[in-house]
Design a binder for this molecule. Structure first.
Ligand SMILES: Nc1ncnc2c1ncn2[C@@H]1O[C@H](COP(=O)(O)OP(=O)(O)OP(=O)(O)O)[C@@H](O)[C@H]1O
Ligand SMILES: [Mg+2]
Length: 498
């Protein structure tokens, strides 16, 4: 009966896929099952009674020997695990071993071939690290959160975009903090709706993200919901593309387009003005000459003298306007000189300082020393500056502060002059009109509206720009930028070369 049982037991031990081994203290085989024999390319029967290390290579023998020693020194109920890597055969064997406490107890081992499992694990690790690499090397931010809004993935792109470290994002930040108020819920609503790319998906749309410092970051976001096998929502994810550069470029493009439209408009107005001014100039000169001749012939006490003098003064006024129009249309040529802008400013300020409109105006000069020289006509530049001073004084109603600031910009390739006043400012809707000829907000007869258009023409003629920054009620700043001599000559040289 007992014999039958033990033979059954032995058969059972051979049914599994584990090699079983019992060793005595001298590392001699007390028992080995069939599977073990196969592991070591022999038969279990030949193994019994022999030293186990005979079946092993030196490395494996050393490992088994150390395991054996450990069990002899510290027997116990718990099984331990070790691993034999047979790289040359591409095989991996897990060894479970132990030795019960007590005298003359054997050490027992289970050898299990885990090659398939290990390979699958290795593949999984490789696949995971590939996916991880993919996520981490993406320029776009990739963020995933569980359905409570706790962040579970925050790649490098997201860290660069929003400024949080991965640990901060995962431990301290709720998804709602990544956007302006209400946005996170709106995104989830879109993902759940089928109107934005199908249920569980959300196609690219613009949202405003919030950085760790509270800065608003425009983002193009697409994303979706991840479902479990039983269609439960497990997590949501989003792919964030930084729109800052694109939007800045778009803005620059729009500005350039506006500038182009504006300068095209000014150019055609210039051509029109030049034509009209040219036609009117000659008859006006004729009227003046003949009116003066008639005046000379009139007796001193004639009643008509006063009327004629009025004709002459009004005609002279018309001629001034025509001259300004010709200026705007760059009809008269004036020679350029090498100028220190600071010097021109000091001189022109000196001219206006004592005029009545400037009596209560504080003039602050903030001039950067050693500015590069520019090549412009002094007369024309003076004309621009005087126009700007007068406009400022008029906008401040004769009392306030006018600051004139100079600086070198664009790596010393341009000189910039800012004229800041504390006047009533310019409403947004007329800011694009103020450079047009005859545009004025003054009462009829008080201004021609040519001051800024003439200035615009002069500055453009010098290859410079004039712009305005203003808010109603908060003063105005006119910014004139002129290319330096050096930049101009470099431009010419490169133009000649090409
Ligand atoms: N510093 C300023 N602050 C507020 N508004 C200004 C300023 N400079 C110009 N403007 C606005 O721009 C308009 C056009 O200015 P521009 O110098 O061309 O003509 P004007 O001053 O009205 O007339 P003119 O110069 O012929 O006397 C002004 O009427 C005014 O509305
Ligand atoms: Mg003016």
């Amino acid at each position: 009966m007992l014999e039958e049982m033990s033979s059954n037991l032995l058969e059972i031990l051979d049914l599994g896929q584990e090699g079983i081994l019992l060793l005595n203290d001298r590392e001699e085989v007390l028992f080995a099952n069939k599977v073990l024999g196969q592991f070591f390319q022999t038969t279990e029967k030949t193994m019994v009674g022999r030293n186990f290390s005979e079946y092993l290579d030196t490395e494996e023998a050393a490992l088994l020997h150390s395991l054996h020693k450990a069990t002899v020194e510290e027997p116990g109920d718990r099984m331990q695990t070790a691993c034999i890597d047979r790289r040359d055969r591409g095989q991996r064997i897990e060894v479970l071993y132990g030795r019960p406490k007590g005298k003359n107890k054997p050490t027992f081992y289970y050898f299990r071939d885990i090659t398939k499992r290990a390979n699958a694990e290795q593949k999984l690790i490789e696949r995971n690290s590939f996916l991880n690499g993919l996520i981490e090397s993406s320029v776009d931010g990739i963020i995933a959160a569980d359905m409570t809004g706790k962040i579970i993935l925050f790649n490098k792109g997201a860290q660069n975009l929003l400024g949080y470290t991965e640990a901060e994002a995962r431990n301290e930040v709720h998804t709602t903090r990544l956007y302006t108020e209400g946005t996170a819920h709106e995104i989830l609503r879109r993902m759940r709706s089928d109107e934005y790319g199908g249920p569980g998906k959300c196609i690219k749309h613009r949202v405003i993200g919030l950085s760790n410092e509270g800065d608003e970051v425009p983002i193009s976001l697409s994303g979706g919901i991840i479902y479990s096998g039983d269609a439960k929502e497990v997590a949501s994810f989003g792919i964030f593309t930084d729109l800052r550069q694109v939007e800045q470029m778009q803005k620059r493009l729009n500005d350039k387009q506006m500038q182009l439209i504006q300068s095209e408009k000014m150019a055609s107005l210039g051509r029109l003005a030049a034509g009209v001014a040219h036609e009117i100039n000659n008859p006006l000169s004729g009227v003046l000459i003949f009116a003066n001749l008639v005046l000379e012939d009139l007796p001193e006490d004639s009643d008509q003298r006063q009327d004629l003098e009025r004709v002459i003064s009004e005609t002279t006024r018309c001629k001034t306007i025509v001259r300004e129009l010709l200026d705007f249309a760059r009809q008269d040529d004036t020679t350029c000189e090498m100028l220190d802008i600071n010097h021109v400013i000091k001189e022109s300020i000196h001219l206006v300082r004592n005029q009545s409109v400037f009596l209560n105006v504080e003039i602050v000069l903030d001039l950067e020393p050693n500015l590069p020289v520019v090549s412009v006509s002094t007369t024309r530049l003076n004309q621009v500056f005087l126009n700007l001073y007068l406009n400022a004084a008029e906008a401040m109603d004769g009392a306030g502060t006018l600051t004139v600031r100079t600086s070198a910009i664009a790596d010393g390739k341009s000189v910039q002059v800012e004229f800041c006043d504390t006047g009533h400012g310019i409403p947004m809707d007329i800011q694009t009109n103020i450079f047009e000829p005859f545009f004025t907000t003054k009462e009829v007869g008080k201004g021609t509206g040519l001051g800024l258009s003439v200035s615009y023409g002069i500055i453009q003629d010098c290859g410079g720009t004039i712009n305005v920054w203003s808010e109603q009620g908060k003063g105005a700043t006119f910014v004139v930028a002129l290319p330096t001599m050096e930049a101009q000559s470099q431009g010419q040289t490169s133009a000649e070369k090409s």
